[in-house]
Ligand binder design. Structure first.
Ligand code: IPM
Ligand code: MG
Length: 359
C-alpha cells in the first residue's frame, strides 16, 4: 500500500524528533512492505524564514495532497516572543492548520505503561493502569470566539468569548461515544455547567446523543473537580470529553500520570477522517539540536497515524510495543531520567525503537 505523508518538521526540537518518527515509519514500511511517501512542507518559524509567513498556501496545498500530516511543534524562545518570526505563531500556524482542515476532534491518549510507572511524581498505586483518552474539541470555543480589547469606563478591557453551537458539540460528542465503544465504554463530560451557559448546552447535547449509544455509559464532572480527580483517581476515566480550553489544560495535567509531556502523542481529525498527528508538547528551543529531546511523543503520534489514518492496527501496536521495549531496557531521555535507567540521546532512543521494531 502507498501512503502519502506531509511532514512539517517544526521549530526547536521539532526537526530532530520528527526525523526519528519518519525513520520509525520507514522501518514499519520495510517490515510490512508499505510504501510511505514523505513530502516535506514548511509551517511555523521555518516557513517564516522561507516565505515570510507562518502558513503559506504551498504548505496547505502539500497537506491537502497528502493522506495525513505529521507535525512537529512550532514556536520560538520566550525571549524572542515579539520577533515577527514567532509573534502570533500559535494563532497563524497552529490554529490555522486546525481550522484549515476542520480538525475538530483532538484525541490525546494518556497511557501509563507499566515500564514507566515510576516516572510519575504520583504514587504508583494511583497511576498504575491508568488509561484515558481526552477527546478535546479543537476548532471552536474560546480559542476562536470573538475577542479583542475595548475601553470600558476609561480603562482597557480585554475579552475572549466562549461559544458553541449545538452542531459543534454534537459532532464531537458522537465522536467521543463512537471511540468509547472500542474502549471501556464510558464517557465523562467535563465542563462548568454550574456557571457557564455554554457548558449547560454541552450537557443538553450529551443527554440527547447518549441514548444513541445504549452500550456506553456516561457521567459528568465540573472541570475543577475533574482536575483534582485526574491526579487522585485517574483509573476511573475512560473517555473524557471536553471543550477546547478545558481539554488544553487537563491534557497537560494528565501528562503527569505518564511522567512527562514528552511521552504523549495526539491526533486531530476532521469529519472525513483526515488527520494531523503531533506531540502535545512544545518546541523546547532551550534544548533544541542537543539530542536531549524525548522523541516518544512524536513516535506515538506516528503510531496513531498508522492506526487512525491508514487502518494499520498491527503496525501501530508494534510501534507502541517497540517504545515500551526501549523503555523496558531502561533507556531514558533527560526528561524521564529521574527514576534511574540509562540516559540516552534523542537519536539513541530512536535507534532503540527502530531496533525493537525490526524484531
Ligand atoms: C496544545 C497547545 C496549543 C493549544 C498552543 C500551542 C496553541 O498548548 O496543543 O495543547 O493551546 O492548543
Ligand atoms: Mg496545550
Amino acid at each position: 500500500m502507498k501512503f502519502k505523508i506531509a511532514v512539517l518538521r517544526g521549530d526547536g526540537i521539532g526537526p530532530e524528533i520528527t526525523d526519528i518518527a519518519v525513520r520509525v515509519l520507514q522501518a514499519v514500511g520495510r517490515r510490512w512492505d508499505h510504501d510511505f511517501a514523505f513530502t516535506e512542507a514548511h509551517a511555523g518559524g521555518e516557513a517564516w524564514d522561507r516565505y515570510g509567513e507562518h502558513l503559506p498556501a504551498v504548505t496547505l496545498d502539500a497537506c491537502r495532497a497528502a493522506d495525513a500530516i505529521l507535525k512537529g511543534p512550532f514556536g520560538g524562545p520566550t525571549s524572542e516572543i515579539n520577533h515577527p518570526k514567532w509573534a502570533g505563531i500559535e494563532t497563524t500556524a497552529i490554529l490555522g492548520l486546525r481550522r484549515a482542515f476542520d480538525l475538530f476532534m483532538n484525541l490525546r491518549p494518556v497511557v501509563v505503561y507499566p515500564e514507566v510507572v515510576a516516572l510519575s511524581p504520583l504514587r504508583p498505586e494511583i497511576v498504575e493502569g491508568a488509561d484515558m483518552l481526552i477527546v478535546r474539541e479543537l476548532t471552536s470555543g474560546i480559542y476562536f470566539g470573538e475577542r479583542g480589547e475595548r475601553t470600558v469606563d476609561g480603562e482597557r478591557q480585554g475579552f475572549d468569548t466562549e461559544s458553541y453551537t449545538e452542531g459543534e458539540i454534537a459532532r464531537i460528542t458522537h465522536g467521543a461515544f463512537r471511540i468509547a465503544r472500542v474502549r471501556r465504554k464510558h464517557v465523562t463530560l467535563v465542563a462548568k455547567s454550574n456557571i457557564l451557559d455554554s457548558s449547560r448546552l454541552w450537557r443538553d447535547v450529551m443527554a440527547r446523543v447518549a441514548p444513541e449509544y445504549p452500550d456506553v455509559t456516561h457521567d459528568y464532572l465540573h472541570v475543577d473537580n475533574a482536575s483534582m480527580q485526574i491526579i487522585t483517581n485517574p483509573r476511573q476515566f475512560d473517555v473524557m470529553l471536553t471543550n477546547n480550553m478545558f481539554g488544553d489544560i487537563l491534557s497537560d495535567e494528565a501528562s503527569v500520570l505518564a511522567g512527562s509531556l514528552g511521552m504523549l502523542g495526539s491526533a486531530s481529525l476532521n469529519a472525513g477522517g483526515f488527520g494531523m498527528y503531533e506531540p502535545i508538547h512544545g518546541s523546547a528551543p532551550d534544548i533544541a539540536g542537543q539530542g536531549k529531546a524525548n522523541p516518544i511523543a512524536m513516535v506515538l503520534s506516528a503510531a496513531m497515524m498508522l492506526r487512525l489514518s491508514f487502518q494499520l492496527e498491527d503496525e501501530a501496536a508494534a510501534v507502541e510495543t517497540a517504545v515500551r521495549a526501549a523503555l523496558a531496557r531502561g533507556l531514558r531521555t533527560a526528561d524521564i531520567a529521574g527514576a534511574g535507567g540509562t540516559l540516552v540521546t534523542t537519536q539513541a532512543m530512536g535507534e532503540a525503537i527502530e531496533a525493537a521494531l525490526a524484531g
